[in-house]
Design a protein around this ligand. Sequence first.
Ligand SMILES: [Zn+2]
Length: 415
Amino acid sequence: MPSLKAVLVIADGMADRPVKELDWKTPLEFARKPTLNRIAETGICGILDPIAPGIPPGSDTATLALLGYDAVKTYSGRGALEALGSNVKVLPGDVAFRCNFATVNQNQTVLDRRAGRIENRDSQKLAESLSQVKLKTPNARFLFKSTIQHRAVLVIRGPRLSANISDSDPGTTGEKVMDAKPLDDSPEAKLTARIVNTLTREFHKCLTSHPVNRERVKRGLPPANMILCRGAGTLPNVKSLAHIYGIKTSCVAATPLVRGVCRAVGMKTIDVQGATGTLQTDYLAKARATVQALRSNDFVLLHIKATDVASHDSKAKQKAEAIEKLDNMLNYLIEHVDLNSVYLAVTADHTTSSATGNHEGDPVPIAITGPSVRRDSVKEYDERSCAGGGLHRIRGVDLMPILMNLLGKTSKFGA
Ligand SMILES: [Zn+2]
């Protein structure tokens, strides 16, 4: 008998509420989705609260939960996950931040949080110079890396640091750059806040006189003369999936945050050409990479971001179109994996309302098809139909044990 394997497809923010524009259907109910329906019809369905009923999850906490981790206990901030997902090495004890190149005036008031959406060419040159800034705090060092356009990550390394500090990023234009403040009385939080504030000043000095910025001003572009930091975080203290279940795992995802979560739990991340984490992503390239990865892994996570992007833009029809492309991708998967030995689960990491444009706390649909699921009577894959299925209502953290039990990877509790 071939060994049992599983693919988990997470469509980011795919679940929704009924939308007026779609005649009070959800985008999932509105979309043409024969493959999703086939998965529901041949599988066991349900609805799933990523964290808990009514709690709107972030993509990071929800993905942690869907991989079987208690996000409330293990989540330790976005910064380290984002850094890890952007190919920056993060070690236990490091404190990492998401950063923006920004434009400020002489009073340190933020004029543009993205420095005119600075091009990679400029931000990379600036980042190289920032890496040379000397940090005088004994035993502490830092890494600064630009990722895409105005985005960057900062990692502070040293003994006795804390992520329990506030952002220097005011989060909006027209406000002054803030001092990072310790959020508790520990010497670790005080030290880390001091380092961030020192670096902010030194970075500003370096950027203000930088030839790249002088050139930008000449070209009529806003100078990238400030680095704003937010989302201080450390690596979550978790055991890897390999350790817990004895499985080999990989993930196919383009979004840095999701890649970071996967790496934090020991999954290998696969780079796919054309996978962009946008509406224009190459769905089939991701499906092909998943089929390939399944040859040498027991569990593969395939993440699609497009559904969430459309919801945040409040474009319900565009979201339905993304679901139809996802459906086509799932058809490729079904045709290229052997459902006699592979379980295929499809869910969303949270509900994103295309009316509010926000993550919401409603449950998401889940369907699992494969060799020996207890097939139920649900025939359509959407928020309301799946609610009548055999899985009933589960939590995100329940999904992985259910899948691993189907794979024969869980051990008995008790005698
Ligand atoms: Zn998400």
